[in-house]
Ligand binder design. Structure first.
Ligand code: PRX
Length: 624
């Protein structure tokens, strides 16, 4: 019997084959897309390549060794210029060091580092050896690091003695030691000396980077890996308490990272100076600081610290100093700049800026206009890029030079990408209507799964619109009258705080792990600067009832910071006698959001006990 013909709409495979062809493949692929096992897909089947070779060596071999890969600037003001030739040497030495520790293709490496060049060397050395890396944002707590190390089964952790934060040297190794005390699978901890902070040391396990890496050979011949070889795992928050390890593989990811970086910013590797302000601990840092820009032989700026250290003009000073022409940041920072005042950017020469990018959350038209006026001299295009950890690369964005941009709209799917706004039965909505954003065709940099949990992958992304075979992004969206897409924020229990994804369930489980808390419900309340702010409602256990509320609240905020990280610390914690629940016991967050945003509470008719909201409001009024 002949197999049934595949009638599913297919992406433009020729387009993607052309994009992949811009990379160096040791072995050409035999098939562009194989989705016989959907929702698990394979791109560029049979192809073999090395991601680090593509990001580094091939540019040196083509005679660009002297081009700057990174103008790096540390928070205290120290700088380092790294050419492609130097990057190649550093990546080779790091790769040789990892080999000397007995790591072999397929082993996982956890990385928790500040924004220092060694972070890039470490990621690329892993890529070079086929060691999937799991980078953990520097602000995550030891408990968060521990669960990520355990889930990925990492054999090595790469970290630093300390990190500079707002002018101070903060410990890092002392914290990662709290995690590795419980992760016997970590055989070695490789430590970069950054701040000179004293560190606890475990002989035999811990190794200094400058002792191990610096003595290695600067030569290493890369090996090609299968296009579907795992490149990295990156954990992100979902709707349950446990973060998911999003898996990305090599060929498709690198193809789309490079292609989108080139097109979205109309990048010219010979003349542009590009700066993406993200942290490498997030997907934006992976795709648009490391893999995309380097695959395109970009000259980038990399900055270690916070935007207001030592003064609020730090970013503008850096733009002026290096002649940054493409600047890519998040709306939350733009709104912070707005708060600091337009006279600050006005003091600097920002005339080098050619394109401005935005990512992480919907950008409000006011911030969009401010960004264009005060950083882009009123003329630079603003590209609002919609994508996710799971999509690996930008999916929806206006292209510079395309139709007139609309402040606040990501507008149209990029070439080779297809996205739709559908109703809850999967039917596409009309112009002027809203619904759910779905991706109706596979794309090369799509996640290949949730690490170690195939069911969760199917359930989270593919079950909502299973009969249509759509990927459910978790975002609401709207078509305008021209059919352009406007993103409306998450439709699930995921908050977006300063562009960081935090799940309500994760913060709730951190809160209830505290001995004083009986029950907790968390919502994201709109916030003019951070997009959303975490607001928690807690019911205390009887024994804690006598403790003054402000003491309980500050203990709980610290507890959440310890359990997850300071980014998840609730802005407000309200002690309440009850939580609003439906008859089936589901917390009605909508009503809590009304309270958190100081609105009249909405329809309470589906509550099991309609008087609960009165009780909550009365209690809060009495406490304030
Ligand atoms: O809700 C969308 C929002 O950020 C989510 C993805 O978060 P994360 O995986 O952490 O990746 C952030 C950086 C790519 C999305 O589901 N989001 C991201 N970019 C935009 C956005 N919402 C609106 N407009 C955007 N440009």
């Amino acid at each position: 019997m002949s197999p049934r013909p595949d009638r599913r709409p297919a992406p433009d495979l020729e387009f993607w084959a052309r994009q992949a062809g811009q990379l160096h493949w040791e072995t050409e692929w035999s098939e562009v897309l194989d989705r016989s096992d959907a929702p698990f897909v394979r791109w560029f089947t049979g192809g073999r390549l090395n991601a680090a070779y593509n990001c580094v060596d091939r540019h040196v071999e083509a005679g660009h060794g002297n081009q700057v890969a990174f103008h790096w600037e540390g928070e205290p003001g120290d700088t380092r210029t790294i050419t492609y030739a130097e990057l190649r040497r550093e990546v080779c030495r790091t790769a040789n060091a990892l080999l000397s520790l007995g790591l072999r293709a397929g082993d996982r490496v956890a990385i928790q580092l500040p924004m220092i060049p060694e972070a890039v060397f470490a990621m690329l050395a892993c890529a070079r050896l086929g060691l999937p890396h799991s980078v953990v944002f520097g602000g995550f707590s030891p408990a968060a690091l521990r669960s990520r190390i355990e889930d990925a089964g990492a054999r090595l952790l790469i970290t630093s003695d300390g990190q500079y934060r707002r002018g101070r040297a903060e410990p890092m190794k002392a914290l990662t030691d709290e995690a590795t005390a419980h992760t016997p699978g970590v055989e070695h901890v490789l430590v970069v000396r950054r701040t000179g902070t004293a560190v606890p040391w475990t002989e035999g396990r811990d190794l200094w980077w400058h002792e191990l890496v610096d003595r290695q050979s600067m030569e290493h011949t890369p090996e090609a890996f299968d296009a579907e070889h795992p490149l990295f795992i990156l954990y992100t928050s979902g709707t349950t308490g446990r973060p998911k390890g999003i898996l990305h593989t090599t060929g498709g990811y690198l193809t789309q990272a490079a292609c989108t970086h080139r097109t979205v910013f109309s990048l010219d590797p010979g003349s542009d100076v590009y700066w993406c302000t993200a942290d490498i601990g997030w997907i934006t840092g992976h795709t648009y600081i490391v893999y995309g820009p380097l695959a395109n032989r970009t000259t980038s700026v990399m900055y270690e610290g916070t935007p207001n250290t030592p003064h609020e003009g730090r970013h503008f000073e850096i733009i002026e100093r290096y002649g940054v022409s493409v600047y890519y940041t998040a709306p939350t920072l733009i709104r912070t700049f707005m708060k600091w005042g337009e006279d600050i950017p006005a003091r600097y020469d920002l005339s080098s800026i050619r394109v401005l990018g935005s990512v992480g959350e919907p950008i409000n038209p006011e911030a969009w206009r401010w960004y264009r006026t005060h950083l882009g001299a009123g003329r630079a295009p603003v590209v609002d890029t919609w994508w996710q950890t799971e999509t690996g690369a930008v999916m929806i964005a206006p292209l510079p030079g395309g139709p007139p941009a609309k402040p606040g709209s990501a507008q149209t799917p990029l070439p080779g990408i297809s996205a739709k706004v559908v109703d809850d039965r999967g039917r596409e909505v009309g112009k002027g209507e809203s619904g759910y954003l779905v991706l109706d065709q596979p794309w090369p940099s799509m996640l290949r799964g949730v690490w170690g949990d195939d069911d969760r992958y199917r359930e989270t992304y593919w079950s909502r619109f299973a009969e249509h075979g759509y990927y459910f992004a978790g975002d609401g969206a709207r078509y305008d009258d021209d059919g352009d897409i406007w993103l409306l924020g998450r439709v699930d229990d995921v908050m977006n705080v300063s562009g960081h994804r935090i799940s309500t369930a994760e913060v709730e489980s951190a809160l209830v792990s505290h001995p004083t808390v009986a029950e907790a419900a968390v919502v994201g309340a709109s916030d003019p600067t951070t997009g959303q702010a975490v607001v928690a409602f807690v019911i205390l256990r009887g024994a804690a009832a006598g403790t003054p509320a402000d003491e309980v609240v500050s203990a709980l905020r610290e507890h959440v910071a310890r359990e997850i990280g300071p980014i998840a610390k609730p802005r407000r914690i309200l002690v309440v006698p009850e939580l609003p629940k439906t008859r089936s016991g589901k917390i009605m967050r909508r009503l809590l959001r009304d309270v958190a945003e100081n609105r009249e509470t909405g329809d309470v008719s589906t509550l099991a006990d309609a008087s609960v909201m009165e009780l909550i409001n009365a209690g809060l009024a009495a406490a304030s």
